[in-house]
Design a protein. Sequence first.
Lengths: 156, 281
Amino acid sequence: MDINATLLGQTIAFMFFVWFSLKYVWPPLNNAIEERQKKISDGLAASERATKDLESARAQADEELKAAKIQAAELIDQAKKRAGKLVEEETQRGHAEREKIIASGYAEVEAERTRVREELRKQVAILAIAGAEKIIEREIDAQKQSDIVEKLVAEL
Amino acid sequence: MAAESNISIQGYINHHLSDMTVGTGFWAVNVGAISVSLILGFVFVLSFMFVGRKATTGVPGKFQCFVEMIVEFVATSVRETFHVKDKLIAPIALTIFMWVFLMNLMKLVPVDWLPTVFGAVGLMFTPDAIQYDTTNYSILEKIMAHPWSYLTIAPTTDLNITMGLALGVFLFIVGYSIAYKGVGGFIKELSFTPFNHWALVPFNLVLELVTLIAKPVSLGLRLFGNLYAGEVIFILIALVGLGQLPLHFAWAVFHILVIVLQAFLFMMLTIVYLSMAAEDH
């Protein structure tokens, strides 16, 4: 096997293929690869950012939930207190009313009793006087014995 | 196949180690080697160009993945070795790697297949091309006697092909040296290294020129030597009859390693030589 023109042909072909690669093969392939690498790295960064966002959102939600719980507890507490106070007030008012009603009842009963007793006393006095008049009519002058009758009436 | 009466073992080996040539003297052309080499070169550039044209930045197809893997591999090799920014070096490396790989790959085609096919086709169309008397030859011997059966399909077992590539690399070395250091810088580097003294300029020149020439020569000879030796072994294995099948299989499997390794070596050394040419040292 001798060295011959094949060698030159091969060299020329080599140069041609290198030129072809430089022009049509390398740039599109390399661009595609580099673009994809950029895309992937962008995507990774975006996903990382999203994870961070999610975490912060979750933390915020937790905080808000906690605040809401505290507020709700406060509200319930207040409502309970207010309800307690209301019941207390009503009870007291009820008690006072009852006392008042009872007192007025007593007073009424007392007044009636006094009135009836007065009436009764007057009737008895009249009866006594009538009785005494009957007795004295027979014996003596009603005028002279009237102080004794008065004394009797007062004693009834 | 070697056992036939009119073909000696020596003739069989010679048959496989020579190529079909057109022309005479220096201007002869080894048709098999150069045409297979050109076909493979076009297979490489056209398929890669096709992929590059349809390349998506989204989810790539399988072939695009494969091509991108190779491109990425070459790009990484270039990045690690060649530190000057240069847009020609990567295409050179990719071309060398893929082309040499494909040419080496042709060695896995069993040595008798295509010569037989080409010889048969040749016998069919130009039966007169056989240059010696074949009256008492069998048909297979006639096929093998036809000049078309000499077509070599493993281009890198041809010294012309590997040295042609090495010559291309040599031209790039000189071109890079001049492009990055200027003609004066290049001559100065040749004259004043390794000994920086005017009296030693001739000595330096001889030393540096030998170094410069040795780079492409060693590149070409390394590839040729490895693949030619492998080819000879394949031919010798083909001589042993049916026993060749396991032997051929084992040697072919081993050769897969050689094929990739030699393509990688050729590419890597080219990158190294070009980076030496581009950087000051």
